[in-house]
Ligand binder design. Structure first.
Ligand code: JFZ
Length: 471
């Protein structure tokens, strides 16, 4: 991690000799360049696979209002069904999830193979899953009363799972929230709002000392873009209360309202969080391997909160989702898979099935995900490579076995493949061209993605057996 000032000084000193584009001076832009290398960030990175949980009052109606089903995201029901704030807010008197069992949730996450969990402490509706002293609109004032956040943090931590807090700055409940600042009154109200949000964030960081990260959302409106200073102040405040805490880029806006990446194209926050319900292209978007990032994913097309009807869109299968976990890891990113518990605190059967199936694979093969990242080799059609940082062995995760059973591998210059193994089975490794190999895959029937570990020798000299064609 280099401080920006060093980069600036370098750019300025170079400017005299070469044609270097002068960086725009920024007060609220990126504070550092390059990936964070401290222990907390390394842990965040090594986790790779996380469980996202969207839970709030929206879980009670589950996308249905007055007998009518709204197919848009369930957590947006207040907006899609045009429900007045007072009506929506009174759902809190129905919040009594008798089935809620933090330890059961944590056990399911553990079974899934998730190393971290990110929970909506407050979504756009403004309802807080912890007894915040800054608003009455919180779980402490529901029939349930219990501090859900505290129970979850304790239960997940007991299973060895890190907990991060999702926090929506956008707030449909708070009277001082503004989408834009169009008058002095807006400006005054929004200042009050930013004070409120700052207090809540400080409260979260202080009262839940094991929190590992903050995942900001609802920061895309003009009001926030005009207050880039606040986004930096929050990042700094959280890091001073909880040193090492990891903050996503979605929080941040610079002096000019530029988000995620500042006006000098430097990533703000600790990791990029713009990949939502999509992944970078595994052959074309290799720029993402230069920074930390995380993609988040829904099981149906676009439902984060619990929706009663999942029949209207494609529901992803465990194998599709598992491929995404591997895909993200192969490009040096984290993958956050969403779950939306129902109003009673239970998980739907599809989600339990996903946890069971992915978990079974992770139990055996998690070593190619956790602690692993981009291997530096060209992607091939059969699947993905991952590698543990600094290791000489490279993992192949095979999703599409060609009918020939021959798996092509192109290595970087000077690397020799010594062996290819899958558990006890060893496969023939054939060098077929310069830096190019075929792995003879002999297992005919595949029911799950198969892991083949390649041992390599990076000190090997080129044999010169295969020469580049002179044309
Ligand atoms: C937001 C929320 O509105 C949604 O309910 C959910 O919490 C999700 C994780 O985040 O939705 C977004 C945010 C960003 C984009 C799209 C939807 N985006 O960058 O394309």
């Amino acid at each position: 991690m280099k401080h920006i000032t060093t980069t600036l000084a370098l750019a300025i000193s170079l400017a005299g000799t070469a044609q270097v584009k002068q960086p725009v001076p920024l007060k609220y832009g990126a504070q550092t360049t390059g990936k964070r290398t401290d222990e907390a960030m390394q842990k965040w990175r090594s986790n790779r696979f996380g469980q996202f949980i969207h839970w709030g009052l929206y879980a009670i109606p589950g996308g249905v209002w007055n007998g009518k089903t709204y197919n848009y995201a369930a957590e947006f029901l207040k907006s899609s069904a045009r429900i007045p704030t007072a009506t929506w807010d009174s759902l809190m008197y129905q919040f009594d999830p008798q089935q809620f069992d933090a330890r059961a949730w944590a056990k399911m996450a553990k079974q899934l193979g998730a190393k971290y969990m990110t929970i909506t402490t407050k979504h756009h509706e403004g309802f807080c899953l912890w007894p915040s002293q800054y608003t009455d609109f919180n779980v402490g004032n529901t029939p349930f009363r219990r501090d859900i956040l505290k129970e979850l943090v304790e239960a997940y931590n007991a299973e060895g799972i890190d907990v991060n807090f999702y926090y929506s700055v956008l707030d449909w409940h708070h009277p001082d929230w503004r989408y834009d600042i169009k008058s002095p009154e807006d400006s005054i109200a929004f200042r009050r709002f930013l004070g409120f949000a700052g207090n809540q964030l400080k409260e979260l960081a202080t009262n839940y000392p094991t929190v590992k990260g903050f995942w900001f959302d609802g920061t895309w409106d003009s009001s926030i873009k005009k207050n880039g200073w606040w986004t930096l102040e929050m990042e700094q405040m959280l890091k001073s209360v909880r040193p090492g805490v990891v903050v996503n880029s979605r929080l941040r806006a610079d002096d000019f309202g530029k988000r995620h990446f500042d006006s000098n194209n430097q990533l703000m926050g600790d990791y990029e969080s713009g990949y939502e319900r999509r992944l970078p292209n595994a052959t074309k978007d290799l720029q993402v391997t230069k920074w930390d990032w995380e993609a988040c994913m829904t099981v149906p097309e676009n439902q984060w909160g619990y929706h009663k009807d999942w029949t209207v869109s494609h529901v992803k299968s465990p194998l599709e989702l598992l491929e995404m976990v591997v895909h993200a890891t192969s490009m040096g990113g984290n993958f956050l898979l969403n779950f939306g518990p129902d109003g009673n605190g239970g998980f739907r059967k599809e989600e339990r099935h996903i946890a069971g199936t992915i978990g079974k694979w992770m139990e055996k093969n998690g070593h190619v995900i956790w602690n692993c990242g981009y291997a530096g080799w060209e992607k091939q059609d059969w699947g993905y490579f991952t590698r543990q940082n600094g290791s000489t062995s490279v993992n192949m995760i095979v999703f599409n076995r060609p009918v020939s059973g021959l798996l092509k591998v192109k290595v970087t210059n000077g690397v020799k493949i010594l062996s290819a193994r899958s558990g006890n089975a060893a496969f023939k490794v054939e060098e077929i061209a310069k830096n190019e190999y075929l792995i003879h895959h002999t297992i005919k029937k595949m029911t799950a993605p198969e892991v083949i570990v390649l041992e390599t020798d990076t000190s090997a000299q080129n044999t010169d057996r295969y020469q580049d064609a002179k044309t």
